[in-house]
Design a protein around this ligand. Structure first.
Ligand code: PAF
Length: 307
C-alpha cells in the first residue's frame, strides 16, 4: 500500500514538473481580454503577482519574477515603454526595446502571462486623461526635481495597470527607491489592497546596478560606470569619518574625477520621506542616492547607509 502510494506521489510530482515545463506563457495585447482572463483566475481562487516593466529585461527583473512566483499562484509581467514618464523625447526614442529576447527570458522564468499593450491601448486617442495623483514632498526632490512630470507619468501608467490586472501583490526594484515610495503611496491612495513589495537591487560583479539603460553604454562608458556604486559604497563604509558635506564632496569627486561623468545630484536622504539631510541623523535610516550623466545616458543608483 505504502509502495503504491509512493509511486503515485512520485508520478504526481513528475507530472506537475513536466506540466510546468510545457506550460505556455499567454500573451495579451488587449486590456479587456487580459482583464477577463484574470477575472476567471481570480474567481477560481488564484493569487496574482504582478511585475510591471518597460522591457529590456535583466537579472534585476528576473529576481522580481522569481519572488512573485514564490508568493503567488500566477505571475503577470507587463512590458510597456510608457511615454508619459519620459520628460526627454530622445530618452524615449532611444530606450532599449528587446521584445524577442524579453519573451524568451520570460518563458525561461516560467512567467504565466505577458501583457504587452500598444501606446493606443494604454492611452486611447482623444481620451481626456485621469486626474493626476499628488505626492507632496516625495515628488519634489531628487528624481522628481530633475525629471519634471516623471512621477506623474509613472503613477498614471501604474494606476491603469493596477486597474487592468488587479493583482494581489506587485513587485518593484529598490534601484528605483523613490519610485517605490511613490508607488506605495499610490497604492494607499487607490485603496486597492495591493501589497507592494520592494526587492533588493541586483548588481553586476563590479557593483554597477543592473538597469535596462546599461545596454546603451559604449564600452569605455561601461568601464567608467562602476564608479557610481563605488562612490555610494564609499559613503556607506565611511559614514563615521566625515560630515555629510565632506562625504558628499568626496563621493562627487570620485564620480567626476576622470571627466567622463557629471553628477546631477548626490544626496543623503531619509528612507522614510526621502528628504535630503545635512547632518547625520541619530536614529533614522538614510540612503545615499545619485543620478549621473555618462555621455547621453543618465544612470541612477542608491545604497542604504545604516548607523
Ligand atoms: O520601473 C519601471 O520600469 C517603470 O517605471 C514602471 C514601474 C514599469 C512604470 O512604467
Amino acid at each position: 500500500m505504502e509502495a503504491s502510494l509512493k509511486l503515485f506521489t512520485d508520478f504526481d510530482n513528475k507530472w506537475s514538473y513536466l506540466a510546468g515545463c510545457f506550460q505556455k506563457m499567454v500573451i495579451f495585447n488587449s486590456k479587456t481580454e487580459i482583464a477577463a482572463s484574470l477575472e476567471e483566475k481570480r474567481r477560481s481562487g488564484k493569487k496574482i503577482g504582478f511585475v510591471p516593466t518597460m522591457g529590456a529585461l535583466h537579472a534585476g527583473h528576473l529576481s522580481l519574477i522569481e519572488r512573485a512566483k514564490k508568493e503567488n499562484d500566477l505571475v503577470v509581467v507587463s512590458i510597456f515603454v510608457n511615454p508619459a514618464q519620459f520628460n526627454n523625447p530622445d530618452d524615449l526614442k532611444n530606450y532599449p526595446r528587446t521584445i524577442e529576447a524579453d519573451e524568451a527570458a520570460l518563458k525561461k522564468a516560467n512567467t504565466d502571462v505577458l501583457f504587452f499593450p500598444s501606446v493606443e491601448e494604454m492611452y486611447p486617442p482623444g481620451e481626456t486623461g485621469d486626474e493626476p495623483f499628488e505626492f507632496g514632498d516625495l515628488e519634489t526632490v531628487m528624481e522628481g526635481k530633475h525629471r519634471p512630470g516623471h512621477f506623474k507619468g509613472v503613477a498614471l501608467v501604474v494606476s491603469r495597470l493596477f486597474i487592468i490586472i488587479q493583482p494581489n501583490a506587485a513587485y518593484f526594484g529598490e534601484k528605483d527607491f523613490q519610485q517605490l515610495a511613490i508607488i506605495r503611496e499610490l497604492a494607499k491612495k487607490m485603496n486597492t489592497g495591493i501589497a507592494i513589495t520592494g526587492c533588493p537591487t541586483i548588481r553586476e560583479t563590479d557593483g554597477l546596478a543592473m538597469s535596462s539603460r546599461n545596454l546603451l553604454l559604449k564600452d569605455n562608458e561601461r568601464k567608467e560606470a562602476d564608479k557610481i556604486s563605488k562612490a555610494l559604497f564609499f559613503i556607506r563604509d565611511n559614514r563615521g569619518g566625515f560630515s555629510i558635506k565632506e562625504i558628499r564632496y568626496k563621493a562627487i569627486e570620485m564620480v567626476e574625477q576622470s571627466g567622463m561623468m557629471k553628477v546631477e545630484y548626490l544626496e543623503i536622504a531619509e528612507e522614510k520621506n526621502l528628504q535630503p539631510v545635512n547632518e547625520w541623523p541619530a536614529e533614522k535610516n538614510v540612503r545615499a542616492f545619485a543620478a549621473v550623466k555618462l555621455g547621453n545616458i543618465r544612470l541612477i543608483d542608491n545604497v542604504p547607509v545604516s548607523n
